[in-house]
Write a protein that binds this ligand. Structure first.
Ligand code: NAD
Length: 355
């Protein structure tokens, strides 16, 4: 069993902890939190051992009547791998603690690539992670772009990639984020940081990205244009993409017209928190003009890095191949089950409109 701890139990950390608990080859030793709140209560109710992330604040947990198993240093020393899901910049500060205990750690996309040995997307560079001290699961947007580029570059060759990222203003629980009534070029200068970040995974890909931030919380939307080295048909591209386990090619007959319907669909499918771990690409948006491929995809920012973190744990300790890990992660998260649900006959048959 790989003994894993999660330091930083927020949007990403709590989802990764739940995912780890489902893996047959991993043991969740505990999670570290900075203060008692509803998420700390929920962690305790799930049976997760709670550690104080900031020792000076341990007494706050006592005062709230929440039992602590120890402090974050104890958690780090008890684990084979730490997943650090603290806010941007805090992960880099925590690295000295991980090094002190000789515990390899996985940081998140908010950290600089220079902080770590490798940046990581499971289907692209799993094998490079073995033995690393510090790994970084790239951001939700970079993960989404990399998952798309990998099969297309492999099959058709990507001469030039361009993507406009229409980004959610904040996560649903983030009341202090915005804009609430604007459309912001973000950044107004080119490129956005996402293109260079994709190049930490695919150094040779020529990519330009633009960012826009809008008053939405549910998901990001990418408008993608790839200039290919060959001229495939749109249906061949759709077929290739529909065979990728972490891409969900949304069939037209589901009548999913946007990110709100996608989230509703995931909730109806029984996904925890309505999470969409896959990139969601609209089949109807896939178009090819000569060597230019166009499509829209949506990324659930709270969820798509969760399977990558789980694979990153296995990649660090080097006990399974990429294909084995990806298949196991998908299966245990329930991605396969939802895919079967999506592809079941009643969903493939056009339904009469009910409105
Ligand atoms: P979050 O704010 O939801 O959660 C971070 C948690 O860490 C909070 O519970 C916070 O209290 C806690 N924390 C703060 N300081 C800490 C410390 N010193 N030690 C331990 N815990 C501490 O943030 P998030 O959205 O989960 O983001 C975490 C990381 O994941 C960031 O690098 C972010 O860029 C990246 N990421 C976020 C998203 C997203 O859309 N939410 C998507 C992909 C990657």
């Amino acid at each position: 069993m790989i003994r894993v701890g999660v330091n930083g139990y927020g949007t990403i950390g709590k989802r990764v902890a739940d995912g780890i608990r489902l893996q047959p080859d991993m043991q969740l030793i505990g999670v570290a939190k900075t203060r008692p709140n509803f998420e700390a209560e929920a962690a305790v109710q799930k049976g997760y051992a709670l550690y104080s992330a900031i020792p000076e604040r341990s007494r706050l947990f006592d005062e709230a009547g929440i039992d602590l198993h120890g402090e974050v240093a104890d958690l780090v020393s008890e684990c084979d791998v730490i997943v650090d899901a603290t806010p941007s910049g805090v992960g880099a500060e925590n690295c000295s603690l991980y090094r002190e205990h000789d515990t390899p750690a996985i940081l998140q996309g908010g950290e600089s690539p220079d902080t770590v040995d490798e940046s990581f997307v499971a289907q692209a560079n799993y094998d490079d992670a073995a033995g690393a001290e510090l790994l970084r699961v790239v951001s939700c947007n970079t993960t989404g772009l990399s998952r798309l580029l990998e099969p297309i570059d492999g099959e058709y060759g990507v001469d030039k990639a361009r993507a406009t990222l229409i980004r959610r203003g904040g996560d649903p629980g983030e009341t202090d984020r915005g804009p609430i009534n604007d459309i912001l070029p973000d950044p107004v200068t080119l490129p956005s940081h996402h293109g260079p970040d994709v190049q930490t995974i695919f150094p040779d890909v020529d990519i330009d990205t633009l960012g826009v931030t809008v008053p939405a919380t549910l998901m990001h939307l990418h408008s993608v244009n790839l200039t290919l080295e060959t001229e495939p048909s749109a249906s061949a591209v759709a077929d290739l993409l529909s065979r990728q386990s972490r891409l969900f090619v949304v069939p037209p007959e589901l009548r999913i017209d946007g990110t709100a319907a996608l989230k509703e669909f995931a909730t109806d499918a029984g996904r925890p928190r309505g999470d969409l771990w896959e990139n969601c690409l609209w089949e109807e948006s896939i178009a090819v003009e000569g060597t230019d491929l166009y499509l829209f995809q949506s990324i659930h920012q709270e969820a798509n890095v969760v399977p990558e973190n789980i694979d990153a744990i296995r990649a660090l300790v080097g006990r399974k191949s990429a294909a084995e890990s990806i298949a196991l992660t998908n299966d245990r998260l329930g991605m396969t089950t939802a895919r079967q649900h999506i592809q079941s006959p009643q969903h493939r048959t056009p339904q009469p409109a009910d409105d």
